[in-house]
Design a protein around this ligand. Structure first.
Ligand SMILES: C[S@@+](CC[C@H](N)C(=O)[O-])C[C@H]1O[C@@H](n2cnc3c(N)ncnc32)[C@H](O)[C@@H]1O
Length: 298
């Protein structure tokens, strides 16, 4: 067993540490001063990544012999993370609805609350449903790819204004073997299509511009085009509802992710624009209004 020391940023990167628990504590102590809230969980993920171990293997080991390559990888991950680069970009993936999605700086890292959009579609359909669905602002493809795996008879169309995002989303569709089930479009909202859909699902950028500066530093690594929703965060949602609500089939639904602050506006907007159509706004697990469902449109 060696002595315990990982030297951090600015020092020589020497690791001679072999006790797993000490190693984890050491990573934790390096992350903490940078203000990383989930330093405990992240130190574990970093260790698993650097040592190519799963959780079970990590917990069953008391000591490890680090190779030079593993040492370098560990130090590189820590160095990037304490600069507040999101861990998902460093390790290259993020779990969403139980699936692993490839992510890099071309796409927003999928968030747990977006799983509620997937659940809403699942609730409004059945395993055998043959529906058409548009995922507008697909990003990593998290929504479209997940739904393709759970609704094998759906025909999916995924749209994004970012070519880089479309490339990442296609890679995720290949990874999960659903590439034949999804058509991808480089498009402003639904402009590239004249189809009508049973579901329009969108997690468009909805952060008010003025709030962006006050968010955690990790946000600045993510694409601006995935975050900034204009003065009140509602520009693209408005544009979608105004220009493309005729792209929905009579029995169809529009399902949107919103910011908590937009709930009252959307209630008023839908009551005025779609007076005879049901609008339901649900909260996420932290009690914030998050998912708007409008429909059916008949
Ligand atoms: C908040 S991210 C959501 C990504 C993904 N759907 C998710 O939930 O993780 C918003 C996405 O919308 C895309 N986007 C922004 N403006 C758009 C527009 N005018 N038309 C189509 N997509 C747009 C961005 O490139 C980004 O990928």
């Amino acid at each position: 067993m060696g002595t315990n020391s990982i030297n951090g940023r600015g020092k020589s990167l020497v690791i001679v540490l072999t006790n797993v628990q000490d190693l984890r504590t050491n990573i934790y102590k390096q992350l903490l001063p940078s203000g990383i809230v989930e330093a405990q969980i992240e130190s574990e993920i970093i260790l698993m990544e650097a040592l190519s171990l799963n959780k079970t293997a990590l917990y069953s080991l008391s000591h490890v012999d680090l190779t030079r390559c593993q040492e370098n990888k560990l130090n590189e991950i820590i160095k990037r993370r304490i600069q507040r680069e999101p861990l998902s970009y460093i390790i290259g993936y993020k779990e969403f609805y139980g699936l692993e999605f490839l992510v890099d700086s071309r796409v927003l890292i999928p968030r747990p609350e977006t799983e509620l959009l997937v659940e809403e579609v699942l609730t409004l359909s059945s395993i055998n449903s043959k529906c058409t669905l548009a995922d507008i602002g697909t990003g990593s493809g998290a929504i479209a790819v997940t739904l393709s795996t759970l609704r094998p008879n759906f025909i999916l169309h995924a749209f994004d204004i970012s070519e880089g995002a479309i490339t990442v989303a296609k890679n995720n569709a290949i990874k999960h073997d659903v590439i034949k089930q999804i058509d991808f479009y480089h498009s402003n909202l639904l402009e590239a299509s004249t189809m009508k859909f049973d579901f329009l699902v969108a997690n468009l950028p909805y952060i008010p511009t003025g709030r962006l500066d006050s968010l955690e530093p990790e946000i600045f690594w993510e694409p601006h085009v995935a975050l900034d929703g204009g003065e009140f965060g509602i520009d693209l949602i408005n544009e979608l509802l105004i220009k493309f609500s005729n792209s929905i089939n009579p029995q169809g639904f529009i399902i949107l992710e919103i910011d908590h602050s937009q709930q009252q506006y959307l209630k008023t907007f839908t009551a005025r624009e779609f007076p005879n159509i049901n609008t339901v706004i649900k909260k996420d697990l932290s009690g914030c209004y998050r998912v708007v469902t409008i429909g059916p449109f008949m």
